[in-house]
Design a protein around this ligand. Structure first.
Ligand code: PRP
Length: 213
């Protein structure tokens, strides 16, 4: 894991994450295979994202003796960005079963690549609540900045984005935004093509899970 730039960007670079990311990148991977690989990789990314989460420590009685135990102090609110982020949610809940869940639906306009919101289902007050946004793709960054705007408007001040693959343009958009956010990501690729797709990327993560819109 490396940390780069004034923004807290943690690229999770591990043999297991690289192997699952390779399956996601491979255009021969079919929809079920893509969903499975996304789930496996997402649990690893969420696991890494929680590395510094504060814990409550308490003792637990094993069948043999008393042992020190711990639980996550403030279970996060997971916010998958529909559609593609849905494929990360169950994996995140496997890691933190008592997390809360909110939903945001944003689709990029195919002509302008600008985010169009169609759903926001979130608790009203998010102050003090760790929020983990789940979205496999960080391309122009428009969808994530819009999502962070919605969360910040509800008082969210402890923001983490968990992404599979991103582009430098998306990272730059976050840096230019007013939001303080940690980014935990599987890889930052070369850039964007003329259609604002990440290069080399993995294609359209929504379509590759669920078929074309
Ligand atoms: C993709 C992806 C992100 C967004 C990233 O969603 O899941 O939400 O694009 O692009 P950006 O950084 O340029 O905003 P898409 O709009 O394709 O919708 P989908 O998940 O429903 O397929």
């Amino acid at each position: 894991m490396t940390t780069a730039s004034s923004l807290d960007v943690r690229v999770v670079d591990h043999p297991a994450t690289r192997a699952w990311l390779t399956i996601l990148r491979d255009k021969r991977t079919d929809n079920p295979g893509f969903r499975g690989a996304l789930a496996r990789l997402s649990s690893m990314l969420v696991y890494e994202a929680l590395r510094d989460a504060p814990v409550d420590e308490f003792d637990v009685q094993t069948p043999v003796a008393v042992a020190p135990g711990a639980r996550i102090q403030s279970p996060p609110l997971f916010v998958p960005v529909l559609r593609a982020g849905l494929g990360m949610l169950d994996a995140a809940l496997d890691v933190v079963p008592d997390a809360r869940i909110g939903f945001i639906g944003v689709a990029r306009d195919e002509e302008t690549a600008l985010p169009v919101e169609y759903l926001a289902s979130l608790p009203d007050d998010l102050s003090g609540q760790p929020v983990y946004v789940l979205d496999p793709m960080l391309a122009t960054g428009g969808s994530l900045v819009h999502t962070l705007d919605l969360l910040a408007a509800r008082g969210a001040d402890d923001l983490t984005a968990v992404c599979v693959v991103g582009a430098p343009q998306g990272i730059a958009a976050l840096e230019a935004s007013p939001h303080r956010v940690r980014v935990v990501i599987g890889a930052v690729d070369q850039g964007l093509d003329d259609h604002s797709f990440i290069v080399p990327g993995l294609g359209d993560a929504g379509d590759r899970q669920f078929g074309p819109r």
